[in-house]
Design a protein around this ligand. Structure first.
Ligand SMILES: [Fe+2]
Length: 390
């Protein structure tokens, strides 16, 4: 039986195919914008999404890599607007939607275009942090998408008009994703107390840090929900873009930057009933060398465990980076008023707090990044037809 099927998830494209040629190794496609794609036959055969081979876009495949043939067809043609390849095995035929092919072209420039391009910021963003009206986001998917896109692009979003009620914290979190429960429970209360066990509960200033690097993964998307702001006007949240910090650090101290992209830094929390430990470099990079994750917190650092010749250079690099993180030119200050919430990516944005001297109640919870970005992809896909989001 001939197995031919249109590649699933058709997408609209602005690009038209102007020419097509193939041999037993490569399929070359010229597009009307001047771009040329080259697809390897092995890749095309693997990505057949006919009913026999299964759905690679959905992650439900039947085709096994052991079934790849030793040699490939060179029979590729444009048939009724689809790229059709007849394979040598039996009568197997694959039809590719040109839009799907363009969306998955793996030429270097196309791959770079598809990657996430964060917009970095410093103190000058104060007063212009992306913000969303919470009741509207609950009603309107476009507003909700704005929230996700802001966290994705800027690492942060301010929510207004959240009820200043305890019950609203988890309601807000579940709008975004699933609450990640930890030994603190589902929500951590930050209320000033006279004899705090945890420093977050003391009305003292806190330095910029990312939270709980002793977990793997650390908390993903954090939510600070303000129930009651301190009556003395203190206790402002101080937010820092770790990606901006790392970008500048790279320019100022390239050697130290390089060191902090590869030296694993351990973090620990050993208290009653908890024995958490994880390690990762301060700065993680993706394949292209772009900053993909930032973890910094000297309060939870464990003993550094590195070859002797790295110890002093690593302390030197960390000291320089911490010094930079204290510079107010990176600090966006926002005093969370009753019924406001900050949603931010803990793998990027550092938080700190000014001192205060009053009654203050902020509730902290977090949701997993994987589920958060899963919802983001679904929203983008349903509202904007975007299927190839990384
Ligand atoms: Fe914290």
């Amino acid at each position: 039986m001939q197995a031919s099927h249109v590649a699933r998830n058709r997408t609209e494209t602005a690009y038209e195919i102007t020419a097509i040629e193939s041999d037993e190794h490569l399929l070359r496609i010229d597009w009307d914008d001047g771009h040329r794609s080259e697809f390897h036959m092995v890749w095309l055969r693997d990505n057949c999404s006919c009913e026999e081979c299964g759905d690679h876009s959905g992650g439900h495949r039947f085709f096994e890599l052991g079934m790849l043939p030793d040699s490939y067809s060179n029979e590729a043609n444009l048939v009724d607007g689809m790229v059709q390849i007849k394979w040598l095995e039996g009568h197997h035929v694959t039809k590719f939607d040109p839009a799907w092919l363009r969306a998955h072209c793996y030429a270097d420039n196309e791959r770079r275009k598809r990657r996430h391009h964060p917009i970095t910021w410093d103190a000058s963003i104060t007063g212009n942090v992306p913000e969303v009206d919470y009741p509207k986001a609950r009603e309107d998917d476009a507003e909700l998408l704005k929230l996700y896109d802001s966290v994705r692009t800027h690492g942060i979003c301010l929510l207004r008009n959240v009820p200043a009620e305890v019950s609203a914290t988890e309601e807000l979190a579940s709008l975004l994703s699933y609450v990640r429960e930890t030994h603190y429970g589902r929500v951590f209360e930050i209320i000033s107390t006279p004899n705090p066990v945890v420093i977050a509960n003391a009305p003292v200033p806190l330095r910029p840090h990312t939270d709980e690097n002793f977990r793997e993964p650390p908390p993903g998307i954090m939510i600070f929900h303000s129930i009651r702001a301190s009556e003395d006007g203190g206790g402002a949240s101080v937010m820092t873009d770790g990606f901006k910090l790392a970008e500048d650090f790279k320019k100022m101290y390239p050697k130290q930057y390089e060191l902090l992209t590869r030296a694993p830094i351990p973090h620990r929390r050993f208290t009653d009933g908890v024995g958490l430990r994880a390690e990762a470099p301060v700065i993680s990079l993706d394949y292209f060398g772009n900053i993909s994750e930032f973890r910094l917190n000297d309060r939870t650092m464990g003993p550094i465990d590195l070859p002797g010749d790295m110890v002093e250079p690593v302390y030197d690099a960390l000291a320089k980076l911490f010094e930079l993180s204290y510079d107010s030119k990176y600090h966006m200050e926002h005093l969370l008023m009753d019924g406001e919430a900050l949603v931010f990516d803990n793998a990027r944005v550092l938080h700190a707090r000014n001192g205060f001297n009053g009654n203050r109640h902020v509730r902290l919870t977090h949701v997993g990044s994987d589920e958060f970005y899963s919802r983001w992809r679904l929203l983008r896909s349903s509202l904007q037809g975007d299927i190839n989001l990384i």
